[in-house]
Design a protein around this ligand. Structure first.
Ligand SMILES: *Cc1c(COP(=O)(O)O)cnc(C)c1O
Length: 392
């Protein structure tokens, strides 16, 4: 293992990968640095974000929700209106374009809940790239419909059945594939996690969320919001929603983790609220770990937030105090899922419902002059079956 000094956010981040993979990471970093400053690359990215993803999406004033909660004014950043129904497509398209720039013809990715697999398979269909998605066998059974979606889109889904057949084994398998096939293969990572340069790349492509939201709130209100709220799994939608407000010290940046059955039960996925610094999947961050530093099992009602680690920049923002990190339980998220559905006619993803839940807690304590922006990272259609099964 080698620990490159690049890509640190305070004590977090870095690249803890075997030497044969470090060379690959360095190439990806170089390609990213070239692409992000290349007008032609940015023109093509912008074209697909507009014409294919449907950006810019609205910043919607949730008047009914605001009235019902009786406090701060609430705006919703509508990432759930994107093609494929969430923010993940912003990053999938960006990284697929880097892969194309590098001359790669084959994309690999790992997915737990299946949402990143679907976004990746979508981008590969769009750009004519071969697509292989690694998934723990347990997850392929839980997420059978998403597996089928990826197959419809032309991807090959590989069920990883050694070890515990979980996301960890799927990541190991994907990294092994990359080490062997890097000449034609690109690893498309789905959240603001992993070894450098991935957290920086993912932030870059998700920052479009706050670039738009900043312009939109200035247009609507003539001033910046008092707080931006987003749910935190790996942290990509949150870092994208925070990025362009980072320098505005008057804007509170609030990340909401899943407290699952309650932080005190240990059955949660809230490493910032209840974890310790450690190394997971090639980078350093707050993580849920046992005495030996191995990742602990996690729990959340929302599969997309179910991860023992968290992005390195969030780990740093927690320590520096610039970010505020809180957690809400499964039940609070479920209540917020119904609250937004019934007051605004918007069914949020269970992930996004965590951010709604915390906004619903603080809005009534704030005066009506205050403004909150909630990033609605995805739509809840994918969760309807789960909630149907739970409530029957
Ligand atoms: C995957 C997912 C998340 C969690 O991932 P982050 O990287 O933390 O954003 C949140 N919301 C939705 C809708 C997702 O699909």
């Amino acid at each position: 293992m080698q620990n490159s000094k690049k890509g640190y956010f305070g004590d977090y981040g870095g690249s803890y990968v075997p030497p044969e993979l470090q060379g690959v990471m360095d190439q990806i970093e170089k390609a990213f640095e070239t692409c992000k400053n290349d007008p032609k690359f940015n023109q093509e990215l912008d074209y697909y974000l507009r014409q294919y993803v449907g950006r810019p999406n609205p910043l919607y004033f949730a008047e009914k929700l605001t009235r019902k909660l009786g406090g701060a004014k609430i705006y919703l950043k509508r990432e759930e209106l994107n093609h494929t129904g969430a923010h993940k497509i912003n990053n999938a398209i960006g990284q697929a374009l880097i892969a194309k720039f590098m001359g790669k013809t084959r994309i690999i990715a790992e997915t737990g809940a299946g949402q990143h697999g679907v976004a990746t398979a979508t981008a590969c269909a769009l750009f004519g790239l071969d697509c292989v998605i690694y998934m723990g066998e347990h997850d392929t059974r839980r997420q059978a419909l998403n597996v089928f979606r990826m197959e419809i889109l032309g991807a090959k889904v590989v069920a990883v059945n050694h070890g515990e057949g979980s996301m960890k084994e799927a990541i190991d398998e994907a990294l092994e594939d990359l080490a062997q096939n890097y000449e034609d293969t690109f690893y498309l990572l789905g959240s603001a996690v992993g070894p450098h340069p991935y957290p920086t790349i993912v932030k870059h492509f998700q920052s479009i969320i706050s670039k738009e939201a900043r312009e939109q709130i200035l247009e609507a209100e003539g001033r910046l919001p008092d707080a931006v709220l987003a749910c935190v799994g790996g942290g990509s939608n949150a870092i994208g929603a925070f990025a362009n407000f980072m320098e505005d010290s008057s804007v509170r940046l609030i990340g909401v983790e899943p407290a699952g059955l309650g932080l005190e039960t240990g059955r949660h996925a809230a490493p910032l609220a209840a974890g310790e610094p450690g190394v997971i999947h090639g980078f350093r961050c707050y993580m849920m770990q046992d005495e030996a530093g191995n990742p602990l099992p996690t729990h959340s009602i929302s599969a997309g937030l179910d991860y023992a680690g968290v992005g390195p920049e969030h780990s740093y923002l927690k320590d520096s105090g610039r970010g505020e990190y809180v957690a809400v339980t499964d039940q609070e998220a479920l209540d917020a899922f119904y609250l937004l559905s019934r007051t605004e006619g918007i069914i949020p993803a269970l992930e996004s419902a965590h951010a709604v839940a915390y906004a619903a807690k603080i809005a009534p304590t704030l005066s009506p002059e205050k403004i909150l922006i909630i990033n609605v990272s995805g739509r809840g259609d994918k969760d309807v079956q789960q909630i149907f099964d739970m409530t029957r």
